[in-house]
Design a binder for this molecule. Structure first.
Ligand code: HEC
Length: 184
């Protein structure tokens, strides 16, 4: 038996299914685009705020992928909680030219023995810049250290640590986990 009504219903649901597929496909590809853009920031001269964490696209069912605000950042605390001190030992290469790890051994920079949670600018016989002396009263919590070494110039304008900065959040977390094992 052939019934026009049934045929119509079948046609309508086939079209609906096709539309859902097309929509899902579009939503997925625009989501990946959001994640990509945020991750690489390859936009020529445009000034981009450096993302301070991992960028993860929120993939919930409600997300239609057209709102960049849906990007979720993982905090330094979370990365630090999973940090690997052994891997961090290698990152210390970036500091070694100017810092020693032995207690009291100043070099171009102050010794870093017991750095984690040490008061800022507190090595008595090191001649700190005014920029660093101005930080006295604070302490080098893991979070403060990671902000300083990510971009020393921005953290304390005018300070004399001429280090360009460690951009990778995991590298910073691993390095600080390693420093936390040295003295203190
Ligand atoms: C080119 C030399 C140089 C390099 C490389 C360098 N630092 Fe420094 N660092 C300094 C100097 C100089 C100071 C003192 C800055 C001032 O007084 O303005 C300093 C200060 C510091 C302080 C403040 C210590 C305190 O007693 O308050 C910390 C923390 C620090 N450096 C960590 C690091 C880490 C971690 C690295 C590696 C990722 C690093 N530095 C790489 C030269 C360097």
């Amino acid at each position: 038996m052939f019934n026009t009504n049934n045929l119509m219903k079948f046609g309508a649901s086939a079209i609906a299914a096709l539309l859902i597929l097309l929509f899902a496909n579009w939503a997925a590809s625009s989501m990946y685009k959001v994640a990509d853009d945020a991750g690489h920031g390859e936009h020529g001269d445009e000034e981009h705020e450096t993302p301070r964490g991992y960028v993860i696209a929120a993939m919930d069912a409600e997300d239609h992928g057209d709102e960049p605000e849906d990007v979720v950042e993982v905090s330094f605390e979370e990365v630090y909680a999973a940090a690997d001190a052994a891997a961090g030992e290698k990152e210390f290469k970036a500091c070694k030219a100017c810092h020693k790890l032995e207690d009291g051994a100043n070099s171009t920079g102050p010794y870093l023995w017991g750095l984690v949670d040490r008061p800022m600018a507190a090595v008595a016989d090191f001649g700190y810049s005014d920029a660093l002396t101005a930080l006295q009263g604070g302490s080098w919590t893991p979070d403060e250290i990671q902000k300083y070494i990510e971009n020393p110039k921005d953290y304390a304008p005018g300070n004399k640590m001429t280090y360009k900065g460690m951009k990778d959040i995991e590298d910073r977390a691993n390095l600080i986990a390693y420093l936390a094992t040295i003295g203190g």
